[in-house]
Design a protein around this ligand. Structure first.
Ligand code: ADP
Ligand code: MG
Length: 484
């Protein structure tokens, strides 16, 4: 009675007890439904988040070499709680996996989110920071500190032909009998011909046997050296490099004219060789031809075995493309493969760029890869490689390769080696840029365009008659176009 009077007063209307009862029940039911809906949405979102992270990694698996998935991507853990619609957060078990994925796959992961989740996320990959795992990983990392080996660089994935079979056989036998047969093994050859691949193939064999492998470029070795000198921790530097079982050093030509690092490298080399640890080195030229390299290093490098790699023949290029298609899951017809092999002269790295471009375009534009489509992509790629080239860049590259100053190439000097370098620079400038002959004459300080046309004629004759010179020009072209 009191209740009905009270409620009637509140609402300002006359309501019976049963009306109020119904009203309260209605409110409770509405609240209940809302709570159920919220819980449901929360679970659905959580479910979506759980699935999307895993789903994206599985989609990535479809697109990349299985061996890379198993070695790196498989170990990523998606954080369902901290990931949001703007950020996809993954954890990597150690810095090796972290760096690899960050450099190679984070933009691909982002792209997969865009395509399959319509979301524009920032992909964040952090180190898993559980104390337990930190301790064990720390040990592992110490062991593999430098061995950022590409797991796809294996002997099985390396296509052998006349151009590279000597180097292949040498590296293969060293991988079977390290420190005994050829120490050091020195591989040299032009850009993109498979030196790093071969060296790392041996590295992967050793690493799988549990050996401590250090793979580094001269540049990284130098940076590491400078850092330790600065921090006064040279003993740690020496200990690190001398403790490994196998030392792989890439691009030795960059030791040229750097006395301090040559000295340090010499001692590292002697220490490792003295205890029978295998050393493999690569460079773009024979040790004898690396200018500004100490005599004692040069003779040490020649002491083991020096093997060269030549540009691949057509059949080898075809085999390489077929193999790359297989591991990158790209399907191409025979005529397309033949076409790519003919157009790409020697730099195998360019082949990879083209395959991934073909794959990406065909996916984005939902078109099949046919010959016409391939031709247009290749044209773009080749133009893109050359678009940024300037006369300065080409001249600097030629000067560096022939170990003279760029200013000397453009001077009026008439010594034999200057004339030779100038002619090559002029030829490459004409071949790789859109500059006219008068523009080249002005740049190289020549009287007029007839001097340029005379030079081009001379170089063309040499290319026709001298196979070594032809290869040299090809290598320089590769070097210049892949550095732009
Ligand atoms: P380099 O160190 O001589 O500049 P890389 O070893 O980096 O060249 O090779 C460039 C790319 O070409 C790599 O992806 C490598 O796997 C590939 N490649 C080169 N030669 C071969 C080959 N004979 N078989 C398979 N892949 C090759
Ligand atoms: Mg290399």
């Amino acid at each position: 009675m009191i209740f009905s009077y009270y409620s009637a007063t509140i609402l300002g209307v006359s309501l019976s007890y049963s009306h109020i009862h119904k009203f309260v029940i209605h409110i409770i039911l509405t609240l209940f439904m809302a709570i159920i809906a919220i819980i449901h949405k929360y679970n659905r979102d959580r479910g979506r988040v759980v699935n999307i992270g895993q789903k994206i990694l599985l989609l990535l698996k479809e697109e990349i070499p299985e061996i890379e998935y198993n070695r790196y991507i498989k170990h990523l853990v998606y954080d369902t709680k901290k990931s949001t619609s703007d950020t996809a957060l993954f954890y990597a078990p150690n810095s090796l996996v972290l760096n690899w994925i960050k450099n190679k796959y984070s933009s691909k992961i982002k792209h997969l989110f865009e395509v399959h989740d319509s979301s524009n996320v920032t992909v964040k990959i952090l180190l898993k920071n559980q104390i337990e795992s930190k301790k064990t990983e720390h040990k592992k990392e110490q062991k593999h500190q430098h061995s950022l080996l590409n797991p796809s660089h294996t002997f099985e994935n390396f296509m052998v032909g006349g151009s590279n079979q000597f180097a292949y056989a040498a590296v293969k036998s060293v991988s079977e009998k390290p420190g005994i047969l050829y120490n050091p093994l020195f591989i040299h050859g032009g850009v993109g011909l498979g030196k790093t691949h071969l060296m790392q193939a041996a590295g992967n064999v050793f690493q799988n046997q549990g050996k401590i492998v250090i793979y580094t470029t001269v540049e990284q070795f130098l940076n590491d050296f400078i850092r330790h000198v600065r921090n006064k921790t040279m003993e740690r530097f020496q200990e690190k490099y001398r403790k490994c079982d196998v030392l792989l050093i890439d691009d030795i030509q960059f030791l040229s004219n750097k006395e301090g690092i040559q000295e340090e490298f010499f001692h590292t080399f002697e220490a490792l060789k003295g205890v029978g640890k295998q050393i493999i080195l690569t460079a773009d030229k024979h040790p004898k031809k690396i200018a500004g390299l100490e005599k004692r290093l040069q003779s040490r490098f020649e002491h083991g075995l020096v093997a060269d790699i030549q540009p691949p023949e057509l059949e080898t290029k075809i085999a390489i493309i077929e193999n790359k298609c297989k591991i990158n899951k790209v399907i191409l017809t025979k005529d397309i493969i033949n076409y790519i092999a003919t157009v790409i002269e020697s730099n195998v790295r360019e082949i990879e760029g083209i395959l991934s471009k073909l794959h990406a375009y065909s996916q984005l534009m939902h078109v099949d890869i046919d010959l016409q489509f391939t031709k247009s992509v290749l044209k773009d790629q080749l133009q893109e490689n050359r678009a940024n080239l300037t006369l300065d860049i080409i001249t600097q590259n030629v000067a560096k390769d022939l170990n003279i100053k760029p200013s000397e190439i453009r001077s009026k000097g008439r010594s034999k080696n200057l004339v030779y370098a100038r002619r090559i620079a002029i030829y490459l400038c004409r071949d790789l840029t859109q500059n006219t002959m008068p523009q080249l004459a002005q740049y190289f300080g020549m009287k007029d365009h007839t001097a340029i046309s005379h030079t081009l004629k001379k170089i063309n004759e040499l290319i026709q008659n001298d196979e070594d010179f032809k290869v040299k020009i090809q290598e320089l072209t590769n070097k210049i176009t892949s550095s732009s």
